[in-house]
Design a protein around this ligand. Structure first.
Ligand code: AMP
Length: 212
């Protein structure tokens, strides 16, 4: 199993990647997590990466690809989360893997309606003390807007405001349309409906993966 997961912010991609990784025992590279870990260091590369991530910009393709290359190299099975983010990244990966005779076996594309994404993300509340995440629609705290564990008032993330979310979704679709088309042409794309609860979505993904 050599797969990449695609999906807009709020579609539950990270959650599903975790479940798939545990169910099938396949290791995951999340490029976002890799950068967050890297930024704790004090070297030149960490400084360079920080200058992009802190502004919410994409890290240059060549820098990301170094990390991806090292991770996928000669692996029989892997899951990529957060890569590719644009067509160039998809092509770099494709060339590299084909050269090794270990091309991707599938790309899971989680789909979710824009209004549903906005509802999920605007409903999100985070505890500033322990980091626990709630959702006023799906997993509300026991007491209105207070953390169940710490009792402190919950907060909204600054990038979870309605218009900011719609902008993030627009940018995502603009960048990812050519990537989706690229994998579609290769017959690797599997669209999965991201609506419903976590386990319903996971069952749909398993059906796709087991059928391959
Ligand atoms: P994420 O956790 O996936 O939202 O990633 C956090 C940040 O890491 C992004 O805002 C980018 O700055 C950077 N990043 C993660 N993956 C990539 C990628 N494939 N290409 C470029 N930058 C990335």
């Amino acid at each position: 199993m050599r797969i990449a997961f695609l999906g807009p912010p709020g579609a539950g991609k990270g959650t599903q990647v975790d479940l798939v990784s545990r169910e099938y025992g396949v290791s995951v590279l999340s490029t976002g997590d890799a950068f967050r870990a890297m930024m704790k260091r004090e070297d030149k590369l960490a400084e360079r990466v920080r200058s992009y991530v802190e502004k919410g910009e994409l890290v240059p393709d060549e820098v990301v690809f170094e990390i991806v290359k090292e991770f996928v190299d000669n692996k029989d099975s892997f899951i990529l989360d957060g890569y590719p983010r644009n067509l160039r990244q998809a092509e770099l990966l494709d060339d590299f893997l084909e050269g090794k005779g270990l091309a991707l076996t599938g790309v899971v594309n989680i789909l979710l309606d824009e209004d549903e994404i906005v509802k999920r993300l605007t409903g999100r509340l985070v505890c500033p003390q322990c980091g626990r995440v709630y959702n006023i629609y799906y997993s509300p705290p026991r007491e209105d807007k207070l953390c169940d564990d710490c009792g402190v008032p919950l907060e909204r993330r600054i990038d979870d405001e309605d218009d900011v979310i719609r902008q993030r979704i627009k940018v995502y679709h603009r960048e990812m349309k050519p990537v989706v088309d690229f994998y579609q042409r290769k017959g690797l794309l599997f669209n999965v409906d991201g609506a419903g609860d976590i386990h319903e979505v996971f069952e749909r993904i398993k059906k796709v993966l087991d059928g391959k």
